[in-house]
Design a protein around this ligand. Structure first.
Ligand code: CA
Length: 242
Protein backbone atom coordinates (compact mmCIF):
# COMPACT_ATOMS: atom_id res chain seq x y z
CA UNK A 1 0.00 0.00 0.00
CA UNK A 2 1.29 3.43 -0.88
CA UNK A 3 2.22 5.63 2.04
CA UNK A 4 0.10 8.76 2.10
CA UNK A 5 1.70 11.99 3.29
CA UNK A 6 -0.15 15.25 3.91
CA UNK A 7 1.98 18.37 3.49
CA UNK A 8 0.58 21.39 5.32
CA UNK A 9 2.40 24.44 4.04
CA UNK A 10 1.23 27.91 3.00
CA UNK A 11 4.36 28.77 1.04
CA UNK A 12 3.46 27.48 -2.38
CA UNK A 13 7.02 27.03 -3.68
CA UNK A 14 8.10 24.95 -0.71
CA UNK A 15 4.91 22.88 -0.86
CA UNK A 16 5.30 22.21 -4.58
CA UNK A 17 8.98 21.26 -4.44
CA UNK A 18 8.44 18.99 -1.44
CA UNK A 19 5.38 17.34 -3.02
CA UNK A 20 7.18 16.84 -6.34
CA UNK A 21 10.15 15.12 -4.69
CA UNK A 22 8.10 12.95 -2.36
CA UNK A 23 5.89 11.82 -5.25
CA UNK A 24 9.02 10.99 -7.22
CA UNK A 25 10.06 8.78 -4.29
CA UNK A 26 6.76 6.91 -4.52
CA UNK A 27 4.70 8.57 -1.81
CA UNK A 28 1.06 9.48 -2.31
CA UNK A 29 1.06 13.20 -1.47
CA UNK A 30 -1.80 15.49 -0.52
CA UNK A 31 -1.47 19.24 0.11
CA UNK A 32 -3.19 21.69 2.42
CA UNK A 33 -2.32 25.38 2.52
CA UNK A 34 -3.77 26.31 5.91
CA UNK A 35 -4.56 24.76 9.27
CA UNK A 36 -8.28 24.41 8.75
CA UNK A 37 -7.84 22.77 5.35
CA UNK A 38 -5.36 20.37 6.96
CA UNK A 39 -7.89 19.20 9.55
CA UNK A 40 -10.52 18.77 6.83
CA UNK A 41 -8.14 16.75 4.67
CA UNK A 42 -7.27 14.52 7.64
CA UNK A 43 -10.95 14.00 8.49
CA UNK A 44 -11.68 12.97 4.90
CA UNK A 45 -8.77 10.59 4.48
CA UNK A 46 -6.32 10.00 7.30
CA UNK A 47 -2.76 10.09 5.95
CA UNK A 48 0.09 7.91 7.25
CA UNK A 49 2.12 10.98 8.20
CA UNK A 50 1.71 14.76 8.32
CA UNK A 51 4.42 17.31 7.53
CA UNK A 52 3.19 20.34 9.38
CA UNK A 53 4.46 23.90 9.04
CA UNK A 54 4.27 25.86 12.31
CA UNK A 55 3.39 29.27 10.87
CA UNK A 56 0.12 28.84 9.02
CA UNK A 57 -2.92 30.98 8.26
CA UNK A 58 -6.31 30.12 9.88
CA UNK A 59 -4.93 27.77 12.53
CA UNK A 60 -1.28 27.55 13.55
CA UNK A 61 0.64 24.33 13.12
CA UNK A 62 0.86 23.84 16.89
CA UNK A 63 -2.92 24.22 17.16
CA UNK A 64 -3.43 21.72 14.32
CA UNK A 65 -1.06 19.29 16.07
CA UNK A 66 -2.88 19.50 19.37
CA UNK A 67 -6.24 18.95 17.63
CA UNK A 68 -4.83 15.89 15.86
CA UNK A 69 -3.61 14.57 19.21
CA UNK A 70 -6.88 15.26 21.04
CA UNK A 71 -8.93 13.30 18.48
CA UNK A 72 -8.78 9.60 19.47
CA UNK A 73 -8.85 8.44 15.84
CA UNK A 74 -5.76 10.47 14.96
CA UNK A 75 -4.03 10.61 18.37
CA UNK A 76 -1.03 8.61 17.18
CA UNK A 77 -0.82 10.00 13.64
CA UNK A 78 2.87 10.70 13.00
CA UNK A 79 3.68 14.43 12.72
CA UNK A 80 6.88 16.08 11.55
CA UNK A 81 6.82 19.78 12.39
CA UNK A 82 8.50 22.32 10.16
CA UNK A 83 9.82 25.46 11.80
CA UNK A 84 10.93 28.65 10.13
CA UNK A 85 13.92 29.57 12.21
CA UNK A 86 15.15 26.39 13.77
CA UNK A 87 15.26 28.01 17.15
CA UNK A 88 15.32 25.65 20.07
CA UNK A 89 12.15 27.21 21.38
CA UNK A 90 10.34 26.13 18.21
CA UNK A 91 11.58 22.59 18.66
CA UNK A 92 10.46 22.50 22.26
CA UNK A 93 7.02 23.86 21.42
CA UNK A 94 6.65 21.32 18.61
CA UNK A 95 7.59 18.40 20.79
CA UNK A 96 5.42 19.60 23.64
CA UNK A 97 2.32 19.68 21.44
CA UNK A 98 3.10 16.15 20.34
CA UNK A 99 5.14 16.26 17.15
CA UNK A 100 7.21 13.11 16.58
CA UNK A 101 10.05 15.02 15.02
CA UNK A 102 10.83 18.46 13.72
CA UNK A 103 12.86 19.90 10.88
CA UNK A 104 13.99 23.49 10.39
CA UNK A 105 13.68 25.47 7.17
CA UNK A 106 15.51 25.51 4.90
CA UNK A 107 15.79 21.72 4.79
CA UNK A 108 17.13 19.36 2.18
CA UNK A 109 14.71 16.88 0.65
CA UNK A 110 17.16 14.10 1.44
CA UNK A 111 17.11 14.93 5.15
CA UNK A 112 13.34 15.28 5.15
CA UNK A 113 13.01 11.84 3.54
CA UNK A 114 15.33 10.30 6.12
CA UNK A 115 13.20 11.81 8.89
CA UNK A 116 9.99 10.57 7.24
CA UNK A 117 11.38 7.05 6.96
CA UNK A 118 12.58 7.08 10.59
CA UNK A 119 9.21 8.28 11.90
CA UNK A 120 7.29 5.76 9.77
CA UNK A 121 9.59 2.95 10.91
CA UNK A 122 8.93 3.87 14.51
CA UNK A 123 5.19 4.09 13.89
CA UNK A 124 5.08 0.59 12.47
CA UNK A 125 6.94 -0.62 15.52
CA UNK A 126 9.60 -3.29 15.47
CA UNK A 127 8.73 -4.70 18.86
CA UNK A 128 7.27 -8.11 19.72
CA UNK A 129 3.63 -8.46 18.79
CA UNK A 130 0.70 -8.31 21.13
CA UNK A 131 2.71 -8.29 24.29
CA UNK A 132 1.29 -6.54 27.30
CA UNK A 133 3.87 -5.06 29.62
CA UNK A 134 2.98 -3.52 32.91
CA UNK A 135 4.46 -1.94 35.95
CA UNK A 136 2.36 -0.58 38.79
CA UNK A 137 -0.71 1.14 37.34
CA UNK A 138 0.85 1.49 33.86
CA UNK A 139 0.09 -1.04 31.11
CA UNK A 140 1.44 -1.10 27.58
CA UNK A 141 0.17 -3.16 24.67
CA UNK A 142 2.95 -3.31 22.13
CA UNK A 143 0.69 -4.53 19.33
CA UNK A 144 -2.24 -2.16 19.58
CA UNK A 145 0.08 0.61 20.78
CA UNK A 146 -2.23 1.33 23.67
CA UNK A 147 -1.00 2.62 26.98
CA UNK A 148 -3.13 2.93 30.08
CA UNK A 149 -2.64 4.23 33.58
CA UNK A 150 -5.02 2.89 36.20
CA UNK A 151 -7.19 1.62 33.32
CA UNK A 152 -7.43 5.07 31.75
CA UNK A 153 -6.20 5.37 28.18
CA UNK A 154 -3.14 7.59 27.64
CA UNK A 155 -2.92 9.60 24.44
CA UNK A 156 0.78 9.36 23.68
CA UNK A 157 2.75 10.30 20.61
CA UNK A 158 4.79 7.50 19.03
CA UNK A 159 7.98 8.72 20.63
CA UNK A 160 6.32 9.03 24.03
CA UNK A 161 4.84 5.55 23.63
CA UNK A 162 8.22 4.05 22.89
CA UNK A 163 9.88 5.91 25.75
CA UNK A 164 7.26 4.77 28.23
CA UNK A 165 7.39 1.21 26.85
CA UNK A 166 11.17 1.17 27.34
CA UNK A 167 10.79 2.36 30.93
CA UNK A 168 8.10 -0.23 31.66
CA UNK A 169 10.18 -2.97 30.02
CA UNK A 170 13.16 -2.00 32.21
CA UNK A 171 11.02 -2.74 35.30
CA UNK A 172 12.55 -0.13 37.56
CA UNK A 173 16.07 -0.22 36.17
CA UNK A 174 17.56 3.19 35.43
CA UNK A 175 17.84 3.99 31.72
CA UNK A 176 20.27 6.64 30.57
CA UNK A 177 19.11 9.32 28.15
CA UNK A 178 21.34 7.71 25.51
CA UNK A 179 19.66 4.34 25.92
CA UNK A 180 16.21 5.93 25.90
CA UNK A 181 17.15 7.86 22.79
CA UNK A 182 18.18 4.81 20.80
CA UNK A 183 15.17 2.77 21.95
CA UNK A 184 12.64 5.49 21.29
CA UNK A 185 14.04 7.20 18.24
CA UNK A 186 15.62 4.20 16.54
CA UNK A 187 19.22 3.72 15.48
CA UNK A 188 20.88 6.49 13.54
CA UNK A 189 18.58 9.24 14.77
CA UNK A 190 20.41 11.76 16.89
CA UNK A 191 18.59 14.14 19.15
CA UNK A 192 19.82 16.17 22.08
CA UNK A 193 19.40 14.84 25.60
CA UNK A 194 17.19 17.83 26.21
CA UNK A 195 14.75 16.44 23.63
CA UNK A 196 14.33 13.31 25.76
CA UNK A 197 13.64 15.54 28.77
CA UNK A 198 10.93 17.35 26.84
CA UNK A 199 9.25 14.07 25.89
CA UNK A 200 9.47 12.85 29.49
CA UNK A 201 7.88 16.08 30.72
CA UNK A 202 5.04 15.56 28.29
CA UNK A 203 4.57 11.93 29.41
CA UNK A 204 4.43 13.09 33.03
CA UNK A 205 1.75 15.67 32.20
CA UNK A 206 -0.33 12.95 30.58
CA UNK A 207 0.15 10.66 33.58
CA UNK A 208 -1.50 13.33 35.73
CA UNK A 209 -1.45 12.30 39.39
CA UNK A 210 0.85 9.42 38.46
CA UNK A 211 3.49 11.77 37.01
CA UNK A 212 5.84 10.92 39.88
CA UNK A 213 6.14 7.31 38.70
CA UNK A 214 8.62 8.49 36.08
CA UNK A 215 11.48 9.57 38.25
CA UNK A 216 14.60 11.51 37.39
CA UNK A 217 17.86 9.93 38.48
CA UNK A 218 20.14 12.92 38.62
CA UNK A 219 23.11 12.76 36.30
CA UNK A 220 22.01 9.40 34.87
CA UNK A 221 18.56 9.30 33.32
CA UNK A 222 15.13 8.02 34.21
CA UNK A 223 13.47 5.06 35.79
CA UNK A 224 9.92 3.98 36.51
CA UNK A 225 8.72 3.14 40.00
CA UNK A 226 5.72 0.87 40.59
CA UNK A 227 4.19 2.88 43.36
CA UNK A 228 3.98 6.59 44.12
CA UNK A 229 5.08 5.96 47.69
CA UNK A 230 8.38 4.60 46.32
CA UNK A 231 8.86 7.93 44.64
CA UNK A 232 7.86 9.98 47.67
CA UNK A 233 10.16 7.94 49.88
CA UNK A 234 13.15 8.55 47.65
CA UNK A 235 15.23 11.68 47.55
CA UNK A 236 15.21 12.00 43.79
CA UNK A 237 14.00 15.33 42.64
CA UNK A 238 12.00 16.11 39.59
CA UNK A 239 14.19 18.82 38.20
CA UNK A 240 12.86 18.90 34.65
CA UNK A 241 10.70 21.79 33.65
CA UNK A 242 9.61 23.22 30.34
CA1 CA B 1 4.39 29.13 6.84
Amino acid sequence: MTTRILIVEDERDIADVTAYNLRKSGYDVALASNGRAALEAIAQKTPDLVILDVMLPELSGTEVASRIRSNPSTASLPIIMVTAKGEEVDQLVGLTVGADDYIAKPFSIKILQARIEAVLRRSKGAGPSGKVLSMGPISINTESHEATVDGESLKLTLTEFRLLSSLVAAQGKVLSRNVLMSRAMGPGVTVTERTIDVHITSIRKKLGKYAGLVTTVRGVGYRLVADLSDYLASDETDDVSV
